[in-house]
Design a protein around this ligand. Structure first.
Ligand code: 5GP
Ligand code: ZN
Length: 121
């Protein structure tokens, strides 16, 4: 089972304001903040306030929440300086599990964009 908040989780502490962050967005369910080590001109994270460790724990009950993240991402990306589609745009990454490159085990979506070059592929 999972609790709403994990006292040992760095992103739960950021959401609670116990660790400072550069906030991009907040509402009742979601929090977004700039990545501390950006690898694109625009690089922020969108996280659910509820402590969900990763995509591996998702159920149908989370479908609306994940839909909200996906609808919020382009809005925030444009507000943060990503250029308009189609010449501009952004990339979403959701690392899941150690083999998926996940280091912080609180579900988060990376939103990365801005003028290239900053990534391959
Ligand atoms: P992951 O590899 O788990 O998908 O990525 C975790 C991301 O969280 C990394 O890009 C890392 O830079 C970012 N991060 C880790 N700790 C902090 C922090 O204390 N503050 C902020 N703003 N970002 C963090
Ligand atoms: Zn957490």
């Amino acid at each position: 089972t999972m609790s709403a908040h994990d006292p040992d989780c760095i992103f739960c502490k950021i959401i609670a304001g116990q660790i400072p962050s550069r906030k991009v967005h907040e509402d009742d369910e979601l929090y977004a903040f700039h990545d501390i080590a950006p690898w694109a001109p625009v690089h922020f994270l969108i996280v659910p306030k509820q402590h969900i460790p990763s995509m591996a724990q998702l159920t149908v009950e989370h479908e609306r929440l994940l839909g909200r993240i996906m609808v919020l991402a382009p809005k925030l990306a444009m507000e943060q300086g990503c250029n308009p589609y189609p010449e501009g745009g952004f990339r979403i990454v959701c690392n899941t599990g150690t083999e998926g490159g996940q280091e912080v085990h609180h579900l988060h979506v990376h939103v990365m964009g801005g003028p290239r070059p900053w990534a391959r592929g």
